[in-house]
Design a protein around this ligand. Structure first.
Ligand code: HPA
Length: 272
């Protein structure tokens, strides 16, 4: 099947299960998937029931598309996502974003766990993504352009919709949620970065580093969606603290900030 055929068949399979017409899409990263439980009138569709969907291979990234409502809005949420480092092409890992676009989603909220590159950050901080640097070594739009979604050479000068960030900041402040803002660097993984790479990313203007989000954001913008992104800074990036990085630390920190993170997501749903 071509990528377009995979998108079409997955969208068909969703429509066969529910008449839901989501307007907002959510992609929930490492340890952040519990937000799906808050959706009302849920329809849960395991990725394995969606022909054409790439299947996660990583523990802790159980995969399901959950459709429901949140604060009165029709939402489609991905509990778990597929990463580039799992061996899929970026054209494949972004199929779910295009399926959401086909179902009617107009705004996409992307979340991830990330390492802090900015020395002023601390584990547990939430960072609104203002822009990204794609150091993944690939681009999800390589290959035949899918004209049904967007142009061959899409503009990327406002990927993380500035107007939405401006609306979110005062709402987060009012809710007492400390919010950092900065540039997310995508590195392929699955090995964490070296201290030299992290110094390089900082010199380039990066504030956080992670292994996801950028392909989804590019494909969403290609399709004309508005995008918001938030990183949970789960650890300081390599070489900053005198300790090795571990996935356990990532999962523990994500669990610790769950309350603020959930509240922030609700605000994003309100404005998205
Ligand atoms: N590097 C890359 N990805 C990550 C990190 C990190 O330090 N923390 C969580 N995801």
């Amino acid at each position: 099947m071509t990528i377009q055929e995979r998108i079409d068949s997955a969208a068909e399979a969703v429509r066969a299960r529910t008449g839901a017409t989501p307007e907002l899409g959510l992609i929930l990263g490492s340890g952040l998937g519990d937000f799906c439980d808050r959706l009302e009138n849920q329809t849960v569709i395991p990725f394995s029931d969606l022909p054409g969907f790439p299947l996660p291979t990583v523990e802790g990234h159980e995969g399901a598309l959950v459709l429901g409502t949140c604060r009165g809005r029709a939402v489609a949420a991905l509990r778990g996502r597929v990463h580039y480092y799992e061996g899929y092409a970026q054209q494949e890992i972004t199929i779910p974003v295009r399926v959401m676009a086909k179902l009617g989603v107009r705004t996409l909220v992307l979340t991830n766990a990330a390492g802090g590159v900015n020395l002023n950050f601390q584990p547990g901080n939430l960072m609104l993504i203002s822009d990204h640097i794609n150091l993944s070594g690939a681009n999800p739009l390589i290959g035949p352009n899918l004209d049904a979604f967007g142009p061959r050479f899409p503009d990327m000068s406002d990927v993380y919709t500035k107007a939405l960030r401006e609306r979110l900041r005062p709402l987060a402040a009012q809710a007492g949620i400390p919010l950092r803002e900065g540039v997310y660097v995508m590195y392929s993984g699955p090995s964490y970065e070296t201290p030299a790479e992290i110094r390089c990313f900082r010199a380039m203007g990066g504030d956080a580093v992670g292994m996801s989000t950028v392909p989804e954001a590019i494909v969403a913008r290609h399709a004309g969606l508005q995008v918001m992104g938030v990183s949970c800074i789960t650890n300081m990036a390599a070489g900053i603290l005198p300790q090795p990085l571990s996935h356990a630390e990532v999962v523990e920190t994500a669990a610790r900030v769950k309350q603020d993170f959930t509240r922030l997501l609700e605000l994003m749903v309100d404005i998205g």
